[in-house]
Write a protein that binds this ligand. Structure first.
Ligand SMILES: *[C@@H]1O[C@H](CO)[C@@H](O)[C@H](O)[C@H]1NC(C)=O
Length: 804
């Protein structure tokens, strides 16, 4: 596996811009082993930092990786782990183990990674497992290096961590033939003897890491000789002007080989004088990458002479500086760095407030000044940085964008400028910014820029990062950025997507986390070259305007729209909040006013037509009238006055009709009434001979609950005269009386009624008659209406009883 090889294979650091110049020796194999197991979570057991004094008994037998570090375990017994037959990684660092017999791993033959560093081991007994790749025994209490003859069998071994109080030259002979990648040698407890130098022959390895005592002055008196070292890392060095030379002596041997490319110093406390001396010492050496992490400068900072002789050093990286010197000449500190004849310089996380402009044309192509306290005055009027390609001023105290632009004016090679995480403001509208024309990538993210920044941009910029600023809108009169391909305006307060008028080459746009509520639908038309749009997490208003945009997304396919569909959700109206835009549908009807008007119009027309049709073909008004009458009659029939019920009645109805209509009466009326047990008095049938017609009429009407008149032109000509007379004499049928039922058998034109029939005219005018329908279908309702007038709870008496 390649992870185990090439440990010093120039693993790139996170910062891509300086990355090509900055390599570190990493413990890649440690990371590698952990990564191997990360997919099989159930086999990784972590019991670190639990105050354990013993190995827990309940470990899952299929455990592959077990961490017991940072506990108080004093001993490891075979029975603790013998059942973990699949164990490959065991971490036991930072415990209290004082004795170790490798025999305890008899049943863990797959073990590859064993870390027992930071314990109290004084000795170990033979013999380590043949499969071990990583064995860390450093930071223990060994007197001499615990390397036995049998270590020579560890042919897989890649990492070895060791430490002892004293060294003998051939201590590491048993492993001299192995191909190690990384050796960690802890010299924390290394016992210093004055005026006596020990030496140690270290086997071939790519990387060597020496750790000194953190709180003692550097005073190591061991001659470490090694061939073909690629990476050297030294941790914990306290240096002053007196012991400074000791470090150079110590390093002389180690840096002699032509292969050493990478030197890393960690936790170093030194005077300025010693540091400059160290640089001067390394300048002619083969080291190409020099990294210093956690540097503390003590005592004083004075002008030091530095000869910038020819060097192969490409990159100097200093990260995290503490300066304990408060009064010093800036020139003394900064000029040493500014004049360096190397390609890449990185000073980050320092209290430095400035960097001076090199006096002569500089060799720098990359300058990384992340997280310092630089101000706008940096590199103003500086014309010696002609080869500078990348300048990073991230996380400093820059405020004025106009001045930043002016700074770049003479940096003719500058392609990438990162001034993110400052406090940059947009310049006033009328000022023209003096950007270097060569700038292709500009990072202005996390500042306080407003929309007018679009009037102050390098004309040929291709990648522009403006995320996390205060841009409300992109002004109309922006600079034409014909070359702009990537624009990031995420996390601002924009309310709409920009058109691509001024950015004709735009292919990548990020505008997520803004205030875009209804993005303009013509975005995709205007921005034909778009290959990636990130517009999620905006407060979308899920109304009609949004439909076209969602449709357009459907057309360009989800690959172009990043985060689709999960990050695109409705924010308004309240009822749709949280719904993915993908699932948001509005009917075409509610969104198109013309369509809506047409639909409503059509519906009304249809209703009207149906109404007209019903009236014309089914005589709807007739039905309505009949139904009204029917309900009225029913209502009245229910509320009959008491005296009605107490009248001496023989019949429910008296029917008067013309001879001419007798067929209808006998065939239609009588059967339908008598079907319901309505007792009928016919003026033909029940007339008492001998009595006058009027007398008969009076008699019949009085005996009956209701009087039915079958009206027809014949009836009016032959019969009505009697009743007219009757009505004139007896006011029985007063206005509003409902004892009278008129059935209009045939229509009677108003002018056919003779003028002397006042009562009839009045009744006809009131239209309170029942019309005999000619259509068969309507007759059911007619009969129902007629029958509704009768109440059946009347107590009728027989004719004979009345007579007697
Ligand atoms: C700009 O800088 C920010 C923060 O420093 C970083 O996250 C972002 O990736 C950079 N943008 C580009 C285009 O490099």
């Amino acid at each position: 596996m390649s992870l185990w090889d090439n440990l010093c294979n120039m693993t790139q650091d996170g910062e891509s811009m300086v990355g090509s110049f900055h390599f570190v020796c990493t413990l890649a194999l440690i990371v590698g082993t952990v990564i191997q197991f990360s997919d099989e979570l159930e086999s990784v057991v972590d019991y670190s930092n639990r105050n354990l004094t013993h190995v827990p008994k309940d470990l899952p037998p299929r455990t592959k990786a077990l961490s017991l570090s940072q506990n108080s375990i004093a001993e490891l017994r075979r029975s603790d782990i013998s059942f973990l037959s699949e164990l490959r990684v065991l971490r036991l660092s930072h415990n209290r183990i004082w004795r170790l017999d490798f025999g305890v791993f008899l049943f863990n033959q797959d073990l590859e990674y064993l870390d027992i560093s930071h314990n109290r081991l004084r000795n170990i007994s033979c013999c380590p497992m043949a499969n071990l790749k990583h064995l860390d025994l450093s930071f223990n209490d060994f007197d001499v290096l615990p390397v036995y003859k049998e270590f020579g069998n560890l042919t897989q071994l890649s990492f070895l961590g060791l430490g002892a109080a004293k060294f003998r030259q051939l201590d590491l002979l048993p492993i001299a033939h192995l191909h190690l990648s990384y050796i960690l040698l802890d010299l924390v407890s290394y016992h210093v003897k004055e005026d006596e130098t020990e030496s140690l022959q270290v086997p071939n390895t790519n990387a060597l890491h020496l750790v000194f005592h953190p709180n003692s002055w550097f005073s190591v008196q061991v001659n470490i000789s090694i061939n073909a070292l690629g990476c050297l890392q030294l941790s914990n060095m306290k240096l002053n002007d007196k012991n400074c030379q000791r470090l150079m002596t110590f390093l002389s041997e180690l840096t002699r080989g032509p292969t050493l490319l990478n030197l890393t110093l960690q936790h170093i406390e030194t005077t300025w004088k010693c540091l400059v001396k160290l640089f001067q010492f390394l300048w002619p050496r083969p080291v190409e990458y020099l990294n210093i992490y956690n540097l503390t400068i003590t005592e004083s900072i004075n002008m030091e002479r530095f000869i910038y002789s020819e060097t192969v050093l490409k990159s100097l990286k200093i990260e995290h500086v503490t300066n304990q010197v408060y009064l010093f000449s800036k020139e003394a500190l900064y000029s040493v760095f500014a004049e360096m004849n190397i390609a890449a310089l990185s000073l980050s996380d320092t209290p430095f407030i400035h960097m001076i402009c090199p006096r002569f044309p500089s060799t720098f192509t990359v300058l990384n000044f992340t997280q310092n306290v630089f101000t706008d005055s940096i590199f103003q009027d500086c014309s010696t940085l002609k080869r500078l390609e990348t300048l990073i001023l991230q996380r400093n105290g820059l405020k004025n964008l106009f001045k930043v632009a002016l700074m770049t004016k003479n940096m003719f090679s500058l392609e990438t400028l990162d001034v993110s995480l400052n406090s940059l403001n947009s310049p006033a509208n009328n000022r023209t910014c003096a950007w270097a024309e060569s700038i292709l990538v500009l990072n202005l993210s996390s500042n306080v820029l407003s929309g007018s920044v679009f009037r102050c941009l390098p004309p040929k910029v291709r990648v522009l990062d403006l995320h996390n600023n205060r841009i409300l809108s992109i002004p109309k009169d922006v600079i034409q950025l014909q070359a702009l391909q990537e624009l990031n305006v995420a996390s601002n307060s924009l309310s709409d997507l920009p058109g691509c008028g001024a950015f004709s080459s735009l292919s990548v746009l990020a505008i997520d986390h803004n205030s875009v509520s209804h993005p303009s639908e013509d975005f995709f038309q205007s921005c034909q070259n778009i290959s990636s749009l990130t517009a999620g997490n905006n407060p979308f208003r899920c109304t009609c305007e949004l439909r076209e945009f969602v449709k357009s997304i459907g057309r360009v396919s989800g690959e172009v729209v990043e985060g689709w569909p999960d990050s695109y959700r409705c924010d308004y109206p309240e009822s749709t909040k949280g719904t993915p835009l993908q699932d948001f549908h509005m009917s075409p009807l509610s969104c198109d006013t013309i369509l809506l008007t047409v639909t409503i119009g059509a519906t009304m027309l249809l209703l009207a037509a149906t109404g007209a049709f019903l009236c014309l073909y089914f005589d709807l008004p007739w039905y309505v009238r009949m139904l009204c009458q029917w309900t009225r009659t029913r209502h009245r029939a229910r509320n009959i006055p008491l005296e009605e019920l107490q009248r001496n009645l023989q019949f429910h109805a008296f029917v008067s009709y013309s001879e001419h209509d007798s067929a209808w009466v006998k065939n239609e009326l009588l059967p339908n009434l008598e079907k319901d047990d309505i007792r009928v008095c016919l003026h033909e049938r029940n007339f008492v001979p001998g009595k006058s017609i009027v007398e008969n009429i009076i008699h019949s009407i009085e005996k009956s609950y209701k009087s039915i008149f079958v009206l027809s032109p014949h009836f009016i000509q032959s019969e009505w005269c009697h009743y007219e007379l009757y009505f004139a004499h007896h006011n029985l049928f007063h206005e509003g009386s409902d004892n009278l039922i008129l059935i209009l058998l045939e229509p009677i034109p108003q002018n056919n009624i003779p003028g002397r029939y006042h009562k009839l005219r009045a009744l006809m005018a009131q239209r309170t008659y029942l019309e005999w329908p000619t259509e068969k279908g309507k007759r059911g309702l007619f009969w129902a209406n007629l029958r509704a007038s009768f109440i059946m709870k009347l107590n009728l008496v027989n004719e004979d009883d009345v007579r007697t």
